[in-house]
Design a protein around this ligand. Structure first.
Ligand SMILES: O=C(O)CCC(=O)C(=O)O
Length: 281
């Protein structure tokens, strides 16, 4: 079924991804219900409701805001307003906050992430990436359809993304949208588009048949695979949509370059172990 979907969307597998096979999750689980595990296997995502106390999100947001201002000012003042996929006044990506913040480091080791990692990745897990994404009011700007593994090709391909809203993420302010099912194909070819990489040969603002919106309130986590195609909609409101994205990979994961060169994803300053033998590090 998904091969037909791939064709319909003008998508194809990355050359490095010849024989990917999705590994279903059988448990035993610490946190996931059987229904959530089934949804993750079948659709590539689920929303974990009320998973983080509001107070923890408020503390985290207060910590992140000044780093975001600094990143935004850098792009505005030193990079001519635009740097890679970041555009001052429209969208900011503030990466590796854990390098500078104990609050962010502690957040990434919260029990809920340990449990999610245990249930989806195994016993030995590292933080792979963390970034805040702030979407400013901008009626046009969507974030294009992509898989997280399309930005840097990681093996094993199946790692975990937790999209954490710092304010309620709604259809109006740019919540995630997900195309279910295609995570089972592994990593797809991504092409450069003006606002980011894209894995479908459609307009970035088009919503494929079957796509599902994932609005999420403060306290929820949108949990998806690094292989789940997703986008976020435009921010049609007058306030900033803020999210913190934390990604986790099994210890030993490697980034594979276009020529096959491999780099271990184990920079201890930002890709530290969160769990060893199933226990917090
Ligand atoms: O939060 C957003 O608006 C898009 C971010 C995203 O999809 C990503 O960083 O992979």
């Amino acid at each position: 079924m998904s091969t037909g979907m791939l064709e319909a969307l003008g998508a194809r597998r990355d050359e490095r991804n010849a024989d990917f096979c999705w590994r279903p999750h059988r448990g035993p689980f610490r946190l996931l219900t059987q229904a959530q595990a089934r949804r993750y296997d079948e659709r590539g995502f689920f929303i974990l409701r009320d998973a983080i106390p509001r107070q923890a999100i408020e503390t985290l947001m207060r910590e992140i805001d000044p780093f975001e201002v600094e990143a935004e000012n850098f792009v505005r003042e030193q990079a001519g307003g635009e740097l890679s996929i970041m555009k001052a006044g429209a969208i900011s990506f503030t990466t590796h906050i854990v390098r500078r913040s104990q609050i962010a480091r502690d957040f990434c080791k919260s029990q809920v992430f340990l449990d999610l990692c245990h249930d989806t990745l195994g016993q030995d897990v590292r933080l792979y990436w963390d970034q805040a994404v702030y979407k400013k009011p901008d009626a046009a700007r969507v974030f294009p359809w992509h898989q997280d593994n399309g930005y840097a090709y990681v093996e094993p391909q199946q790692y975990l993304t937790c999209w954490v809203p710092l304010v309620d993420a709604t259809l109006e302010n740019g919540c995630p949208w997900i195309v279910p099912g295609l995570h089972r194909e592994g990593t797809l070819v991504h092409q450069q588009r003006p606002w980011g990489l894209q894995c479908f040969d459609i307009d970035s603002s088009d919503i494929p048949v079957g796509a599902i919106a994932a609005p999420a309130a403060v306290g929820d986590i949108v949990v998806f695979s690094s292989l789940t195609p997703h986008s976020t909609g435009p921010n049609l409101t007058q306030s900033v949509r803020k999210a913190y994205i934390v990604q986790f990979a099994p210890d030993g994961a490697e980034i594979v370059g276009a020529e096959g060169q491999r780099v271990l994803a184990a920079d201890d300053k930002r890709q530290f172990m969160i769990m060893k033998d199933g226990k917090r590090v």
